[in-house]
Design a protein. Structure first.
Lengths: 135, 315
């Protein structure tokens, strides 16, 4: 049985203000640009993103290019937002077990996401930037 | 020569039997307001003739067709599945876990996560090989495996074509296991991500079309170098079914004759996203074009700048 353990650290946690139509991806890019130290030595860039619009298309590629993270392996999952975070951890355990990958930054963003199809209560649109490394 | 680090076994492919001509499909998509850059005659020149289209089969039913034989055998053998890696280019918003929940329950794999990777387009197969290799490298025991599944079913003309190519419906699957006798051994692999295109920007799309063949050349040469082999030792190249014209560009860039690209399925199947490679390999085996002991390359190209290449041996 694999015993890769990971350490997870939340670098940023916030939400888009009610009434604002700025994309969560653009907010994430701005936060990471303002805190470039978060991106030092990152070799995997992960996006767990759900949106009801075309914003969801290739958003991981957009983050990667906007922040010039061209040496990172990008990974993103089927439009599931934060529900995909366990999958991100599963794949990172595989990748980090061998020692080749040492630091991942993961953007988790849920845009108007409703599991049951009903509008969410006024909880905003949550956004997190998380670093993940082998223990 | 490197030793194998992964073997593909139990390859299953499903193509719908309804396969209208490219002329018919181009006419249909144009009626729905989707333009197509080439005439039907020009598209046919690239080797395409028919487009498999699912009629009564749902996406879930297509997935069942290819997964039931594999999961049934895997359960009998006591295979431990680390994950199902699911590639679905046409339906990116689909709820992957629910598509597989019946299957996983039936074969007692209820704890297996279904991970649907995005953005790699038709290179998701090589991303999956890369991820599975990492998993198998640290999992003890010879019964560890990852199941790769590709399934695509267009639900509108905008899925059927992006104006450059026509996309058929299909499903395919293969078990990715540690090396062992039989199956398709993987001896070397490379993944390259440029990820140039993330929106409709014409400049970025133009940049992608100007550079994709150089990126393919790079991964192919890297794989051959990693394996210590030359192109002359490669029997066939199984590439995403991009058509003879695009393959000509790639062949020139790689430095090999065009007929090294396996084209046996191009007419009746065309481009099926991530099913192309498994379809082509199976087709070549059935046609006796690929024989046991042969070395071959698989090459995939994901729109926007995602590239994979691996070297295999048919054991």
């Amino acid at each position: 049985m694999m015993k890769t353990e990971l350490t997870v650290n939340v670098l940023y946690s916030g939400a888009r203000e009610d009434g604002s139509d700025e994309s969560l991806i653009d907010i994430a890019i701005a936060q990471m640009e303002a805190n470039r130290q978060w991106l030092a030595d990152v070799d995997v860039l992960i996006l767990c993103y759900h949106a009801n619009t075309n914003h969801a298309e290739r958003a991981c590629a957009k983050i990667r290019r906007a922040l010039d993270l061209l040496d990172t392996l990008p990974l993103t999952f089927g439009h599931s937002g934060s529900q995909a975070f366990p999958h991100a951890l599963t794949l990172l355990k595989w990748l980090m077990a061998g020692g080749e990958y040492r630091r991942a930054v993961c953007v988790v963003a849920d845009d108007n996401f409703s599991q049951s199809g009903l509008p969410l209560p006024a909880q905003g649109n949550p956004l997190s930037v998380i670093e993940i490394m082998p223990l | 020569m490197t030793s194998p680090h992964l073997t593909l076994t139990d390859i299953q492919v499903y193509l719908p039997s309804f396969r209208p001509s490219i002329e018919q499909v181009i006419e249909d998509i144009k009626e729905d307001g989707v333009s197509f850059r080439l005439s039907a005659a020009e598209y046919r020149d690239s080797g395409f003739a028919q487009v498999p289209i699912a009629q009564d089969e749902s996406l879930e039913q297509m997935i069942n067709r290819v997964c039931v034989p594999i999961l049934s055998r895997a359960r009998e053998e006591g295979i431990r599945l680390g994950a199902i890696l699911f590639a679905c280019v046409t339906n990116p918003g689909v709820q992957a876990q629910s598509l597989f929940s019946g299957l996983l329950h039936e074969f007692a794999y209820g704890d297996t996560p279904v991970i649907q990777t995005e953005e790699y387009g038709c290179a998701a197969l090589h991303l999956s090989l890369y991820l599975a290799k990492a998993y198998l490298a640290v999992e003890p025991g010879s019964n560890a495996a990852v199941l790769f599944v590709a399934a695509d079913r267009a639900i509108s003309s905008h899925h059927r074509s992006d104006s450059y190519m026509l996309y058929g419906d299909a499903a395919s699957a293969a078990l990715l296991r540690k090396s062992g006798p039989g199956g398709q051994q993987t001896l070397a692999d490379r993944l390259k991500v440029d990820a140039l295109v993330y929106d409709d920007s014409p400049e970025r799309i133009k940049m992608y079309f100007s550079t994709f063949y150089l990126a393919v050349r790079q991964v192919v040469k890297q794989v051959l170098r990693d394996a210590g082999m030359s192109m002359g030792e490669i029997r066939l190249i199984f590439c995403s079914n991009l058509g003879l014209n695009t393959w000509s560009t790639l062949a020139r860039a790689i430095g090999c004759p065009l007929d090294k690209f396996y084209a046996g399925a191009l007419e009746y199947a065309g481009h099926l996203h991530n099913t192309d490679i498994l379809l082509n390999v199976n087709d070549a085996i059935q046609a006796d074009s690929l024989k046991r002991g042969d070395f071959y390359l698989t090459v995939t190209v994901g729109f926007g700048g995602y590239y994979g290449c691996s070297l295999h041996k048919y054991e």
